[in-house]
Design a protein around this ligand. Structure first.
Ligand SMILES: [Zn+2]
Ligand SMILES: [Zn+2]
Length: 149
């Protein structure tokens, strides 16, 4: 699964003439392999096993590239990164974040809610991107804690 996703990333870079650098590739694999959101420091730590003494800008630049091209999303409220689960560049990001286990699930809904859109256009505001982060308790944690029983 990860190999296939990495191949798609390589194809994308080749098609758009972006360089497939070792940090870009390694950082993408790190985010893909993590089953939780990872911070830039987590990434830097793991990257240190592959590249000798990676500097923070190396990790940040790779994360910026991956975020810009939609392979990775930044979870603002956690200051961390997750891989995109649909693996394509889409507009908008929505996430459900479990405050108990830290699991983040992407809600793949590419349209902006009408009620917000109306309000924004009534103010003549130009929308570029959005990021909706919903915090709560995932169903597994809710079951474990008998919250829903
Ligand atoms: Zn996504
Ligand atoms: Zn949970």
């Amino acid at each position: 699964m990860i190999n296939r996703t990495v191949e798609l990333f390589k194809d994308y870079c080749l098609k758009h003439s972006f360089r497939i650098t070792t940090p870009r590739l390694s950082v993408y694999k790190i985010v893909l392999e993590a089953n939780k959101p990872v911070t830039a420091y987590d990434v830097l730590d793991i990257l240190g096993k592959e590249i000798k003494n990676p500097k923070p800008p190396t990790a940040y630049r790779a994360l910026d590239f991956l975020t810009q091209h939609g392979f990775v999303h930044r979870i603002e409220s956690l200051n961390a990164y997750v891989s995109c689960n649909v693996n394509h560049k889409h507009t908008g990001s929505q996430f459900m974040i479990c405050d108990h286990c830290g699991q983040v699930e992407e809600i793949h809904l590419c349209t902006f809610p009408d009620s917000l859109e109306e309000r924004i256009s009534s103010k003549n505001f130009n929308l570029y991107y959005w990021n909706i982060e919903v915090h709560g308790c995932c169903c597994e944690c809710a079951c474990d804690n008998d919250i829903l029983k």
